[in-house]
Design a protein around this ligand. Structure first.
Ligand SMILES: Cc1cc2nc3c(=O)[nH]c(=O)nc-3n(C[C@H](O)[C@H](O)[C@H](O)COP(=O)(O)OP(=O)(O)OC[C@H]3O[C@@H](n4cnc5c(N)ncnc54)[C@H](O)[C@@H]3O)c2cc1C
Length: 400
């Protein structure tokens, strides 16, 4: 098979790149190793309504959220919003919607198709891939390969351009039936009993349906998040005790990079997008909207690069936009995260008091890692206590 662009991985990044490249007229093929798009859920699916709708995901794909609870061992803050700002995505529905959009523009889609080999030209540059599909092995020649294989970065590692992530989060989650849920409130739980290095969550998906999970940072802790989650569920720890009867419907497990962007996201004939490129916000394990946004951008720039044989230089614009948009944001999020990872239970109880002082908009900027200079200055002026507690310094120091 000969194509312009071959995409490895049918998560939000790969599917979005496929859509925009096909729309621009490229001949595109995409391979997903799972039996269907969104088959193995590796995410808890929280996103932000304004941002995700701009990217084409409409309200039938999510449950809207307006309130937020932060729970520490001996403290709790409840932030009530006036309008819906966040959402919990129906992952299968959203990913399959992205797949249908790509197919509608002409992308050739393969499921249960594992990319197992990378082909190179004489000078070492990638020239295609080999894939085990339900129709047998498919040998693909491509001018450009887009690595959207997620955390495992299959292609980029095979080529020796990157190694396995050293810092990452591991998460386990049950999607459950529950008797009593508040469908408009996200709950985050912090402190040792919930996670040794991270946090636990209750994210409502619909009436009587909720995602309950635990995320743990490596290398700070070696605890398995599923073991931890089972303990929390068995002990029916607060706030689970408020949910009534809980029965699991699905179990989800996944890993997310926690290091920031790769040193380079483009090489001759290759682009990295989504988790492969390290585009997620590590503070709250949020990567879906970035995967879609930068997937779409990669599809466009990748298609334009075809006329220049998709050399590294012709792909540089993608690299520049990623760095300009994401690098500082992720670095600031990593600093706040590293502070959070060092907090004891008592520190967390005090930290919750600080969050109590924030307005809903300030809280949202913070949780989205929107640490622009202007917003942080405003925060500092409104909350001198916060500045004294290093947060301002942590984030603003980056500008010096
Ligand atoms: C526990 C956890 C909770 C999270 N919660 C949130 C959240 O609430 N909100 C949010 O925005 N983000 C969240 N994220 C992050 C988010 O899931 C990722 O950032 C996002 O899915 C990245 O998209 P992607 O397309 O790059 O990768 P992925 O979604 O991982 O997709 C990669 C795809 O490539 C396929 N693949 C891999 N190797 C091959 C191969 N060799 N051949 C063919 N196919 C292959 C995989 O099967 C997979 O379908 C969470 C992550 C974790 C781990």
């Amino acid at each position: 098979m000969k194509v312009d662009i071959a995409i490895v991985g049918g998560g939000p990044a790969g599917l979005s790149a496929a859509y925009s490249a096909s729309k621009k007229g490229a001949k595109v093929v995409l391979f997903e190793k799972d039996p269907s798009f969104g088959h193995n859920v590796r995410t808890s699916g929280v996103s932000w309504i304004k941002e995700i709708e701009k990217l084409g995901i409409s309200k039938e794909h999510y449950n809207p959220i307006k309130n937020f609870s932060f729970i520490s061992p001996n403290n709790e803050v409840n932030i009530t919003g006036k309008e819906y700002t966040a959402c919990v995505l129906d992952i299968k529905k959203t990913f399959q919607f992205l797949a249908v959009k790509a197919a509608g523009e002409g992308t050739i889609l393969f499921v249960r198709s594992n990319v197992f080999e990378v082909k190179r030209k004489d000078e070492g540059r990638i020239s295609g891939i080999k894939v085990s599909t339900p129709k047998g092995v498919v040998d693909v020649d491509a001018s450009l390969v887009i690595d959207a294989s997620g955390f495992n970065s299959f292609i980029s590692r095979k080529l020796g351009y990157v190694s396995l992530w050293q810092r990452y989060g591991v998460g386990a989650e049950y999607e459950c039936y529950c008797d009593k849920i508040d469908p408009e409130t996200l709950q985050l739980m912090v402190g040792q009993k919930y996670s040794e290095a991270g946090y636990a969550w209750v994210f409502p998906l619909a009436n009587n349906r909720v995602r309950i999970g635990v995320g743990i940072g490596r290398p700070e802790s070696a605890v398995d998040p599923l073991t931890k989650l089972n303990k929390i569920m068995d002990r029916n720890l607060y706030p689970l005790s408020k949910l009534g009867k809980i029965q699991p419907i699905e179990v989800h497990y996944g890993m997310i990079p926690n290091e920031g962007l790769r040193k380079s996201c483009v090489y001759d004939g290759l682009m990295m997008i989504g988790d492969t490129a390290g585009q997620a916000n590590p503070l709250v394990l949020e990567g879906i909207r970035y995967a879609i946004e930068f997937g779409q951008l990669a599809g466009k720039i990748g298609t334009d690069s075809l006329q220049f044989e998709s050399t590294r230089a012709s792909l540089k614009e993608y690299e520049c936009v990623c760095r300009k948009t994401l690098e500082k944001k992720i670095q600031s999020a990593l600093k706040v995260q590293s502070r959070w990872l060092s907090l004891s239970d008592e520190d967390w109880d005090k930290e919750i008091d600080i969050i109590k002082d924030l307005s809903i908009d300030e809280f949202l900027d913070f949780i989205k890692s929107d640490f622009s200079y202007y917003k942080m200055m405003k925060l500092a002026l409104n909350h001198p206590k916060l500045v004294a507690r290093q947060l301002f310094d942590l984030v603003i120091n980056k500008h010096r």
